[in-house]
Design a protein around this ligand. Structure first.
Ligand SMILES: [Fe+2]
Ligand SMILES: [Fe+2]
Length: 359
């Protein structure tokens, strides 16, 4: 990629007038003539060029110079024209074998090799073509970079919009549910702590945490008389309540959004139990998808420390003991261990956003 300040042509030659070549096709084109390979490498250390002309002369290791130039990423598309003149034939490059000289030049990274005898106007045309080629390649590449940036910007914007909509949706669901306050925020925080303890990537943790906020979205379909009932539920009411897992799944599972499909999986599986005694499918152990196993620990923990219409919130230590007791029964032991390994974070989170403890 050349900048306005970069020379279009860099000529590496020992001759005072490099065969009239620069004049031939560089008139009006900014060019730089250097007389040794070190100067060429220094001149092109940071600057780029559209065309580098290397005139081989006795004593110059032209292939080595070309290879050194090609190692510079900013010269990747620069056309390098090796002009062998008579010197290659004198044994410097190929001991008189023009085909071998050509092969070695191209192998070193030259775009083209010009061998004697050559026609100067033909050479000028080739040079112009190579400059045009380098510029076209640069243009295509910078266009591709601009497009990539644009696509990335649009993707980030749509991802942010998706997250924003999910947060709004959860606000709506929270108004509906009796689990007021920061239940979903704390569940998401606990999910993050467990994901971190399990060694999941930050991105995976963030996705599961955001998706976990939709675990009870299916409760939108449960009647208020059941959802807010202060006493124990009758059997049919309990059955109705349990439908929220499947309803949440149905609401979300066929979304084109990966996050919503993850949320569907969590909605469906957050009441499954490690020992197989959960619902709705009675899945067991690792049959339960990991995001569901993680959310189960986070959700139950927060439900325990929060007050419900039928119970006060438990002290944190009591809830912790419950998780330990249920490790391997209700919960995936790895998720419980991961949660306990981040216990200080959990305590800090609950202190920052305390659960309502009074019944
Ligand atoms: Fe639930
Ligand atoms: Fe919940």
């Amino acid at each position: 990629m050349t900048n306005a300040a970069d020379p279009a042509i860099v000529v590496v030659t020992v001759r005072p007038d490099p065969g009239g070549l620069t004049r031939l096709f560089a008139s009006g084109v900014p060019s730089l003539v250097v007389t040794d390979p070190g100067a060429a490498l220094a001149a092109l250390a940071t600057k780029s060029a559209d065309l580098v002309l290397v005139e081989a002369w006795p004593g110059l290791d032209a292939p080595a110079l070309i290879r050194a130039l090609r190692l510079k990423p900013h010269l990747a598309h620069t056309s390098i024209l090796l002009i062998a003149e008579g010197n290659l034939a004198e044994g410097n490059l190929a001991e008189g074998d023009p085909a071998e000289a050509r092969r070695r030049g191209l192998e070193a990274g030259a775009t083209d090799v010009v061998l004697p005898p050559f026609d100067t106007s033909d050479l000028a045309l080739r040079g112009r073509n190579l400059i045009a080629l380098a510029r076209a390649q640069d243009a295509v590449e910078s266009q591709a970079r601009a497009l990539t940036r644009e696509v990335e910007r649009a993707a980030a914007e749509s991802q942010e919009r998706e997250r924003e909509i999910i947060r709004r949706l959860m606000l709506a669901a929270e108004f509906r549910d009796d689990q007021a306050g920061d239940h979903l925020t704390r569940v998401a925080g606990c999910v993050l702590a467990i994901a971190d303890g399990l060694g999941l990537s930050e991105e995976e943790g963030n996705d599961i945490a955001l998706a976990s906020t939709m675990h009870d979205i299916g409760k939108i379909g449960v009647a208020d008389s059941i959802l807010r009932k202060p006493g124990p539920l009758t059997e049919p009411e309990r059955y109705e309540m349990m439908q929220h897992a499947l309803r949440g799944y149905r609401m979300l599972h066929d979304s084109p959004s990966r996050l919503l499909r993850l949320a569907a999986e969590i909605a469906l599986t957050h009441h499954e139990r490690w020992d197989g005694a959960g619902y709705p499918q009675g899945l067991k152990g690792t049959e339960i998808p990991l995001p569901g196993r993680i959310t189960a620990v986070a959700d139950v923990f927060d439900a325990l420390i929060s007050a419900r219409v039928y119970k006060p919130g438990w002290p944190l230590e009591r809830a912790r003991r419950f998780l330990e007791e249920q490790s391997g029964a209700h919960f995936d032991p790895d998720c419980v261990a991961a949660f306990l390994s981040r216990w200080d974070d959990v305590v800090a989170l609950v202190e920052e956003r305390p659960a309502d403890r009074a019944a």
